[in-house]
Design a protein around this ligand. Sequence first.
Ligand SMILES: Nc1nc2c(ncn2[C@@H]2O[C@H](COP(=O)(O)OP(=O)(O)OP(=O)(O)O)[C@@H](O)[C@H]2O)c(=O)[nH]1
Ligand SMILES: [Mg+2]
Length: 336
Amino acid sequence: MFKFLKEKIGNWTKKISNEKQKVPGKKEKEIKKIIVKPDKDTNFFKKISNKISKIKISEKEFGIYSEELSMLLLENNVALEVTDKIIKELGKIVIGKELLKKEVEFEIKDALKKIIENILVEPFDITEKIKEKIEDQPKTPYVILFAGINGTGKTTTIAKITDFLEKKKFSCVLAAADTFRAASIEQLKKHGKKLGVKVISQQYGADPAAVGFDAINYAKKNFINCVLIDTAGRMHTSKNLLKELEKIAKVCKPDLKLFIGESITGNDSVEQAKSFDWAIGIDGIILTKADVDEKGGTALSVGYITKKPILFLGTGQEYSKIEVFNKEKFLKELGL
Ligand SMILES: Nc1nc2c(ncn2[C@@H]2O[C@H](COP(=O)(O)OP(=O)(O)OP(=O)(O)O)[C@@H](O)[C@H]2O)c(=O)[nH]1
Ligand SMILES: [Mg+2]
């Protein structure tokens, strides 16, 4: 997962560090001279001077290095807007700063870590939100709407989240509100059977908002904590389909509207998230197929541009393959 970005960032910081070790700056030469003077045992002092000597990265040097960083970020699915932000912030920290020679790599990585930490929107814990709702309105279920373009993993993610919630002792009911795609209702029912949860459905072609509404009523009558609404995949460029989604949201009044996008698709995912946010106002993002994403930049871009948190990463096809998104863990995946 995210192997390329990790390798590339690591190589880049190492390269700057190595280059700065090779070419001693004027100041560094002076420091060496002073330290080496008092004794003839140059080997010993050479070692010390190497350790304590400092370097500075000039604006010009940073320009050259940052060009390379910019390219590697863009190649790894980091959006231009986010790449520019990273470079700008990094420049503010490292240009002209006196860095201990032996710590150049560490200092730059540390700076990058802080910048990326700020770029990632702080995720919230959905189980806490559910608990709050149960306390506030014990007779009304917590409703989650899943939306996204075709094939991103909405239905699979619903099954995973249901498993996740049931294991945390929240009861769930599923709404088969994808009444459009052939076999979609059977697909959700199969998951329901496997997970032991009820699936509310109507016939194909039925109004998806009505299916969601039915499921909410079922949950109310049966004291079920959560309703998870599956929706048909729809292109983010189709105004009519987005209108239909708007209707589902208006009728079902979900507590949480999640955009499900693929980790592998980079800027496409960002554009999709923007459109779904514009149509229904999303609250959070789940990025699926992170297990087959070697790059990792989508996670950096999609949250920053929409200002919405990534809540989970889908990391495989089985129910257990879902991870609560954790900033620290993500930064570690990037080697920071
Ligand atoms: N590797 C991997 N595959 C996934 C993940 N999530 C979903 N998939 C696969 O992606 C494919 C599509 O998943 P669905 O859940 O049917 O996607 P959907 O968004 O509901 O599709 P539509 O309803 O047709 O729009 C299936 O083969 C899933 O097994 C994931 O995190 N990792
Ligand atoms: Mg589906």
